[in-house]
Design a protein around this ligand. Structure first.
Ligand SMILES: C[S@@+](CC[C@H](N)C(=O)[O-])C[C@H]1O[C@@H](n2cnc3c(N)ncnc32)[C@H](O)[C@@H]1O
Length: 240
């Protein structure tokens, strides 16, 4: 049984369970590109590397994964292997994932990029089934793109993941609504997957998140957010 997504009239997907939006009203693809992909220094940071790993908390509608994959595909200097490793307790249906891409169109949308992401969403939808709790691995782009989806509670599955992250996307609904995704123990488990230089991005600059990250060895910056949000977060892991 997949998680229900409720669509508001303006095309924004909502979670009934968490009573929050899956992404900002600026659009999921705009948020993915600006806050997460660019916020982690991509595509530049994967250039010159053989493999690059992104760790995400909250796979949701897959927009961050699809945007990262599209940015990788469009980059002539991309790394050879892209590994995207994400945690999700409540997978949504492939129908909602594909709908989320189409619903993300805004006045800023580059229609050529949207067309490419729609094609990638169809590929993801074609393998999206039987997501029981545990680890699921999917291969795309002739094996150059690997998605590891850990289905389960973040506190249980994140510490068990076998991945060293080059970039981290923290995307787990609002910290005030869903503190488990942002607790110090969750951030600690994230930090255990980081190395000096790992970049991290999020849309939230909640004090507890910034302070927790600093305490764990991240250099944290508040950056100009994607309107209507004033701020977004960028961080770099120094050392524990
Ligand atoms: C804002 S959405 C993520 C959006 C997503 N990154 C995207 O690109 O579409 C947050 C996700 O975190 C998941 N989540 C919330 N609490 C969780 C928990 N304790 N453990 C694992 N996943 C959780 C939700 O089910 C939801 O799909």
């Amino acid at each position: 049984m997949y998680e229900s997504v409720v669509w508001s009239e303006d095309g924004i997907p909502h979670s009934l369970r968490f009573k929050d939006r899956y992404h900002s009203c600026a659009g999921g693809l705009a948020q993915a590109a600006t806050v997460f992909v660019a916020g982690c220094g991509l595509p530049g940071n994967w250039r010159g590397k053989t493999q690059f790993t992104v760790l995400e908390t909250g796979f949701g509608l897959g927009l961050n994964f699809l945007s990262t994959w599209a940015a990788w595909e469009a980059d002539s200097q991309r790394c050879d292997q892209l590994h995207f490793c994400s945690v999700e307790a409540y997978p949504v249906s492939s129908t909602d994932m594909v709908r989320a891409v189409c619903a993300s169109v805004s006045s800023e949308t580059d229609m050529a990029v949207l067309g490419r992401i729609q094609g990638l969403a169809q590929q993801l939808a074609s393998v999206w089934q039987g997501l029981s709790p545990g680890i699921h691995v999917f291969h795309f782009a002739q094996g150059h793109v690997r998605l590891t989806l850990a289905v389960g509670e973040v506190g249980q599955v994140l510490p068990t993941l076998d991945c060293q992250a080059d970039a981290v996307f923290l995307d787990g609904f609002s910290p005030s609504i869903n503190p488990d995704m942002w607790s110090l123990s969750t951030l600690q488990a994230v930090a255990l997957h980081c190395r000096p230089g790992t970049t991290l991005a999020s849309y939230t600059v909640a004090k507890s998140v910034c302070e927790g990250l600093k305490q764990l060895g991240f250099l944290v910056s508040k950056c100009k957010g994607l309107p209507p949000k004033r701020d977004r977060l960028e961080a770099v892991f120094q050392s524990s």
